[in-house]
Design a binder for this molecule. Sequence first.
Ligand code: SF4
Ligand code: SF4
Length: 71
Amino acid sequence: MLVRKILKQLIVILGSMPAIVDKETCTACGACVEVCPVEAITMPEKAVIDAETCTECGVCVDECPVDAISL
Ligand code: SF4
Ligand code: SF4
């Protein structure tokens, strides 16, 4: 029963993979902030993606000039 519960939670977690930013690579250009259709990206210093809001559309990944974002 416990194993089943854990497996279900794993599937939920693995099924949802929001975009993530490599802070070392990000140059804070702001391009991703401009293109995100759901305004999931903010930039206190470097780009930060709100995992709850991100719809995994991939637009920011294509837009980033230094490939700092991955899905
Ligand atoms: S993957 Fe799409 S929704 Fe998620 S942060 Fe990038 S542009 Fe926004
Ligand atoms: S587009 Fe790339 S380099 Fe520019 S702020 Fe976003 S993550 Fe950083």
